[in-house]
Design a protein around this ligand. Sequence first.
Ligand code: PRX
Length: 628
Amino acid sequence: MARLLARTCCSKTLSQVPRCPVGLVAARAWSHGPLTAYMPEAITFSRLKDHQDLYKVSVDQGDAFWGALGRSRLTWITPFHSVQDCDLHQGRISWFLGGQLNVAVNCLDRHVHAAPDKVALIWEKDEPGEEVRVTYRELLELTCRLGNTLKRQGVKRGDRVTIYMPPCPLAVASMLACARIGAVHAVVFAGFSAESLADRIRDGKSQWEMMKEDACCEPAVMDSEDMLFLLYTSGSTGKPKGLVHSQAGYLLFAALTHKYVFNYQDRDIFGCVADIGWITGHTYVVYGPLCNGGTTVLFESTPVHPNPGRYWETVERLRINQFYGAPTAIRLLLRYSDEWVKKYDRSSLKVLGSVGEPLNKEAWEWYFRVVGETRCPVVDTWWQTETGGICISPRPSNPGAEILPGMAMRPFFGISPTLLDDKGNVLLENNISGALCISQAWPGMARTIYNDHKRFLETYLTPYPGFFFTGDGAYRTRKGYYQLTGRLDDIINISGHRLGTAEVEDIVNHHVAVAESAVIGYPHEIKGEGAYVFVVLKKDSGYTQETLAAELQELISKKIAKYAAPDYVQVTHRLPKTRSGKIMRRVLRKIVEDKASELGDLTTLDDHEAVQQIIEGHKHLVEGQKSY
Ligand code: PRX
């Protein structure tokens, strides 16, 4: 009776959901079916009128919501007995307890049974027109052979396997092979020297030595909370940390966000152009689309090779339905003529996504109007390596939902964003800014930092007890939408790549000529942010600003990656410090933002003259570099 009642109550059509006021940009309504057509599990709940009710249920009755989805969307070897055991105060995060499954079986075998010849991957190589299609059957075989190879090399359940490859089928199969045998993968972004490594692997034909292996590989039986992968990312202090994601919760969250944020349908071709070395590649090139039995593109090139039309030519040739890219690339492309976009047929596109950094209004408008011809909703998705999947986004599957440029808008199902002030008070009102925290655990969140649970607790859970602290600031608009306002810590974001300034300073400070340094992010038109290094030289070092800059750029490219190389290196006699000796980064930040007139209260500063000299030096450096 309860089920029948639920069915009746859920049958209100989505066309009855209020439309946005005139003048605002609305998502197109693709589906006007009942709520249960949108999400069949909605039938579990009675009296749901619309998506807002479904969202409410997902946070108020988390066990019922995630339990229903966990049961229906994943294939289990042993069903779970409890949905969750989470306590953010204690740092305890466990989902789907008692459940056993294999992630590779969920991403491959079950689709091979249903449609073996469906294309799983389209490998878009560097040269246009040379794409390679890999079916689910082929990907399963490749994964199994690789799994057997790994086992023969002595790799066992729980062992960590580092993968260093650009996006290509072998890289995806390597990840899934680890998942199949119960090993933990750690993919390292191949950076710019990836090609040479991949070339050697191809040249040595090591993947064809492997063809001798059996194409069957028994899947390991994994507990829900066993480690699936580690992914290293920059923190505000110390060395990059290996965030740990586990099996069932991550996979479910990846699949669900992929399906609902992008309105992914069965025959769609999903084009996420991120590298698999980043969390975006893990979740939306590999795990989300494959768990959903979709077709996913592996993009191995760049947005400007061989010309600035590359993305849209690829969209036309592969008939991509959802395109998911980074603001830095959009900002770069909008500087070229719109003809590079318009000459290609983009009628296949249904949704345009953006991730990694704020999508400024100019870039949003261009993406929406020129690329999507005002037909495709733009989903500006906010999330992090730590969150496993998208947490705040416009959710275009909700027909009629208002989408505003420049903001991530609304929480995804099960996500409860909360703003707190610097004293730890929860800010309940709208039209307010604060530290962005999440007040309830969700299945996709990272479980710990590899080998350092204490650091996990200190970074994410103790700053605001009982909440997960994201490190970002956010503004909640009058209508309750979320707009990200930037990092609250010393992490900078260069072209969507996260970089801890402490990591760069550590390298700079090891240079023979450097007495001390400070690395600051400054606004960059294309990259979003760039690195700006202030250096105090050792006495009689023999270096000039120019010679030091060249060496530091090379050193940082080599030690971290090319994107981390600073745009500016300014040699100065002193750094501004408080009387207790702390570098006043706030002052340096204002200077590099060209806001020296807003330096504010400098009463705690030990040497006012030093600031004046730095302002002058900054002007010279920037003007000199411009004219050069
Ligand atoms: O500061 C936020 C920014 O990128 C950070 C996460 O970086 P990472 O772990 O490398 O993951 C990037 C891909 C998910 C966040 O803390 N960020 C990410 N997406 C957005 C964003 N800032 C504003 N708007 C976004 N849509």
